[in-house]
Design a protein around this ligand. Sequence first.
Ligand code: THU
Length: 146
Amino acid sequence: MEDRVEQKDWDALRAAAVEVMGRAYAPYSKYAVGAAARVDDGRVVVGCNVENAAYGVVLCAECGVVSQLYATGGGRLTHFVCVNGDGEIIMPCGRCRQLLFEHGGRDLLVWTVSGIKPMSEVLPDAFGPDDLAHVADHAAEKEEST
Ligand code: THU
């Protein structure tokens, strides 16, 4: 799989998101969402939203993407898109931006409502794994000096 992803690859990713959107379980909001991402080994992982009678328990489509990422072998997300029930591009919600950041980092490319952007712009100055590592390093340094 080539590293360079062209418009036709983005279109295929969007088509995968539209397809899985058709299997969303959204009886409460009636707002179906489909999401698709490319992984660094070239495979594509998808997810749809799954709602619950206890409204707050909803699983966003992005949760499905991340679950499939690990269920099929892990790796890093490189390209991401999500769509609504009309197949239009939508933005991942705030929580899901954090979820995506964990598994794709600053360089994950997102097809946003205003074009393709890296996660570093979609979730600027994100909190992430490096922050925890930073604190762990400090703790280790402290330990050594005592
Ligand atoms: N939803 C997602 O699946 N992903 C998002 O990023 C935005 C919101 C879902 C959750 C809920 O089932 C419906 O859209 C309405 O909020």
